[in-house]
Write a protein that binds this ligand. Structure first.
Ligand code: FAD
Length: 566
């Protein structure tokens, strides 16, 4: 099979090499890859340095990218974006098409150019597509998807970043309008934006008082934007946004009032997954440039690549880039296969871990590339231009969309919350069966004759023990059935809240509370269910009578045997 790309060592994912096989990619992906590469080679690569200096991507490039049928792919395969524009979706559109486009675009080696072109759209439009009214979708989305208008996601404020629930921007209802006042900080594409997908406070303190609103610059006076002078991603236009008495129609509410926190959370998987695609290709760009430079530059009469220390650096970068790419492909496959809601709950933790992993690898590669390039990576042009630039762009991957610290912690807290939910269910079952057993023993005692002969007493004792044993045995059967059913029910119904900061233990919630929950998790319940099935089958076959000890013993066994991910 034909190879694709320049064929530099590890310069592209291994499915680009004709000798490799992959279960993920079909002809449609290969054709799409060729379209993406030719667009990027012709319309992006030659202009990156210029756009970096200008700190902006020209508006006509958005339109060109949309006209080529590429731009609408960045808002998620399930979003229905291609139904809203006069462009044909790639055949059998799935998340691998988005991965391929963003990966190919990231070959430009500039976080700023990439974000300038797609980031506001990739994170700002999905809330409108997934939660906006039909009218809003039809009015706003086509212009954004065709590159005619720019949209941004406005969550972070000067005093609230990681702790999203602490935002202070207010939206006070006055008749058919909200009056919005407040500030947003570090908003990607904000300075270029026509639309602002914005988190506001419509209710009381905390996550349950947050709503999402769409603000429109042209028709709503009171929005001012100021470019922030930042370390990297210059053409992305990192912006300080101020809202001063902005009058927003109630019809611009995205989702329901005071349920905006759920909208924000549902946006996160796709946003974080997108960051991983970008950080992974940037790491690969650094690796590719390092290979090329190490084969060109000589010191002490040898090529750099002939020095063991440099070979070790290349090997360290390579193993990490290849590793994260394969994890990314696996997660992308899960996104393609799982129903949307299931993906949101089940993949939340793994994608959080993967994002943190990818930015750490990016940072590692940026440092090692700099050391391979030496002084050339310290100048803003020439051979080390991309190494110099990407070194400055790393922070834009380690901090936004959930910083490394927040995401690593989140992933583990989700596992713990899953275990706590199982334990709590087991405890309540234990209570239930203790009561059942008490009732069974009570009725047997009352049935035994008070004044019987010793022989009759002995016989009746034997009978009573048999009866109790029979009931226990039947009870065990019922118990194991009901526990499996409960855990099955639990995995589909139970959702629970993960506190944003240290505090009380996670509290199980039922489906009726769903709109108020922040994080959902079911993967561990599924795992627990499997373990329970195994344990119950083995207990049944041995007719174990230690019923009272059973629930706690099982809980301990599950908790001990459940591995943490990673
Ligand atoms: C380049 C760039 C682009 C951005 N684009 C956007 C955008 O388009 N829209 C938007 O809304 N926001 C955007 N942001 C903002 C970004 O989402 C926030 O910077 C991020 O959420 C972190 O918030 P913070 O900077 O206020 O840090 P803080 O929340 O104040 O945290 C400070 C540091 O402490 C750590 N920390 C915080 N809490 C904990 C904890 N519980 N345990 C351990 N460590 C903790 C964090 O990791 C962080 O490094 C962008 C930021 C950058 C840098």
């Amino acid at each position: 099979m034909a190879s694709f790309g320049a064929g530099n060592p590890y310069g592209d994912p291994n499915w680009y090499n004709g000798a490799y096989h992959s279960p993920y990619y079909k002809e449609t992906h290969k054709a799409w890859r060729a379209r993406c590469r030719s667009f990027v080679e012709e319309h992006i690569m030659p202009f990156v340095s210029e756009w970096e200096v200008n700190k902006a991507v020209p508006r006509e490039t958005y339109v060109k990218c949309a006209e080529a049928g590429l731009l609408p792919v960045v808002v998620g395969a399930h979003s229905g974006a291609f139904d809203l524009v006069p462009k044909e979706a790639p055949q059998d559109l799935d998340y691998f098409h988005e991965l391929i486009f963003v990966d190919e675009l990231a070959r430009c080696g500039s976080g700023g150019v990439l974000w300038g072109l797609i980031e506001g759209l990739q994170i700002g439009l999905p809330p409108v597509l997934n939660f906006g009214t039909e009218e809003m979708k039809k009015r706003v989305a086509p212009d954004c998807l065709m590159g005619r208008k720019i949209i941004s996601l406005n969550i972070t404020e000067p005093s609230a970043g990681s702790d999203v629930a602490a935002i202070k921007t207010t939206a006070v209802r006055e008749g058919d309008f909200y009056i919005v006042n407040g500030n947003k900080k570090w908003i990607t594409n904000g300075i270029f934006s026509d639309y602002f997908t914005c988190a506001v406070r419509t209710g009381g303190q905390g996550m349950r008082g947050v709503s999402m609103l769409l603000l429109e610059k042209d028709s709503m006076p009171g929005i001012t934007t100021k470019r922030m002078d930042c370390q990297g991603v210059w053409p992305s236009g990192t912006t300080y946004v101020e809202f001063d008495q902005v009058k927003v129609p109630v019809a611009n509410l995205i989702g329901k009032e005071n349920e905006g926190f759920g909208v924000i959370m549902k946006n996160f998987n796709h946003e974080r997954w997108g960051f991983v695609v970008q950080a992974t290709r940037f790491s690969r760009v650094l690796l590719e440039d390092s290979w090329n430079f190490a084969n060109k530059r000589s010191t002490f009469g040898k090529k750099l690549v002939e020095h063991p220390v440099i070979r070790w650096k290349l090997a360290e970068m390579t193993r990490q880039v290849e590793g994260i790419h394969h994890w990314l492909e696996n997660m992308t496959f899960q996104l393609c296969q799982m129903p949307k809601d299931q993906a949101m709950t089940t993949l939340g933790g793994p994608i959080a871990l993967m994002k943190a992993h990818s930015s750490k690898i990016f940072e590692y590669c940026a440092r090692e590339a700099r050391q391979i390039f030496g002084g050339n990576a310290y100048t803003r042009s020439g051979l080390g231009e991309r190494a110099e630039r990407l070194y400055r762009d790393v922070g834009a991957y380690a901090i936004p969309g959930g910083s490394e610290e927040i995401l690593l912690d989140l992933a583990i807290r989700q596992v713990l919350a899953g275990q706590a939910a199982i334990l709590s269910e087991l405890r309540s079952l234990h209570e239930y069966w203790k009561q059942q057993l008490g009732a069974a023993q009570g009725s047997d005692r009352s049935a035994s004759p008070a004044a019987a002969s010793p022989a009759a007493k002995e016989l009746s004792n034997v009978g009573r023990e048999e009866a109790v044993e029979r009931r226990l045995s039947e009870g065990l059967q019922d118990f194991t059935d009901s526990i499996v059913q409960s855990i099955e029910g639990l995995s589909s119904k139970l959702v629970f809240e993960v506190p944003a900061r240290p505090g009380p233990q996670p509290k199980p919630r039922t489906q009726s509370d769903q709109p108020r929950t922040t994080e959902f998790h079911s993967a561990n319940l599924n795992l627990g269910r499997l373990r329970l099935r195994e344990a119950c089958a083995s207990l049944r076959s041995r007719r174990c009578l230690f019923l009272l000890c059973l629930p706690m013993a099982m809980a301990m066994a599950i908790l001990r045997r459940m591995p943490l991910p990673g």
